[in-house]
Design a protein around this ligand. Structure first.
Ligand code: GRF
Length: 209
């Protein structure tokens, strides 16, 4: 039985597109159960619709507080029978009620090598700091922002003439490769969480050397 995957996205949805592409090519063994956005104008919603994936919009301003927004989110995800949730540019911090409903089942992608450059504008933060190497991180989501156990990372060199846009584009290319891979590992039961560490098991459920 394939895991049900829901994606939460607020904007452009290029990571969602990479996930859809992998799913359609048969390299991501999940059921795409739905795409949810807090933003009715999100391009991510149109991408989902054009692939006949169910969509839903939950606007935070329609709820009195983060807790009740989180409860509505959980209700929708459960109605879709989601087993795992991928945040792909979802711009709201999840209430603990969501984290508790999907323990170690929520992934996020961040455009920096965590724990460096958490939060917004990670590519600009990396350029301003003057690092030579940055990249992207897929991690399990816990109650704080960009702090959960790390699943996969990819490094990207910073070039002397990089702008925020050129650097972001080079990182994005790695994001599109890394995110479907991390979701595949979670969906096929190949991640074992031991405290902060995430072990990747081989296809037989044994530790990789
Ligand atoms: C990506 O850079 C991702 O790492 C960050 O938000 C951005 C979303 O881009 N969390 P897109 O909507 O997937 O194109």
């Amino acid at each position: 039985m394939k895991a049900g995957l829901a994606v939460l996205a607020s904007g452009r949805g290029s990571n969602l597109q990479a996930i859809i592409d992998a799913w359609e090519q048969g390299t991501l063994p999940v059921n795409m159960v739905g795409v949810l956005s807090n933003n009715p104008q999100a391009q991510a919603l149109r991408r989902a619709q054009s692939h006949k994936i169910p969509t839903a919009v939950l606007r935070s301003k329609d709820y009195p507080d983060r807790r009740s927004y989180g409860q509505a989110l959980v209700q929708q995800l459960q109605a879709w029978q989601a087993d795992i949730v991928a945040l792909a540019g979802f711009m709201l911090l999840l209430d603990p009620v969501v984290i508790k409903a999907f323990p170690h089942r929520i992934l996020n992608i961040h455009p920096a090598l965590l724990p460096s450059f958490k939060g917004l504008d990670a590519q600009k933060q990396a350029l301003d700091y003057g690092v030579c190497v940055t990249g992207c991180t897929v991690h399990l989501v816990d109650q704080d922002m960009d702090t959960g156990p790390i699943v996969l990372q990819a490094a990207v060199s910073v070039k002397p003439d990089d702008t925020e846009d050129t650097l972001a584009a080079r990182i994005l290319k790695e994001e599109h490769r890394l995110y479907p891979e991390a979701i595949r590992l979670l969906a096929t039961g190949r991640l074992k969480v031991c405290g902060r560490k995430v072990e990747i098991l081989d296809e037989g459920g044994n530790y990789l050397d």
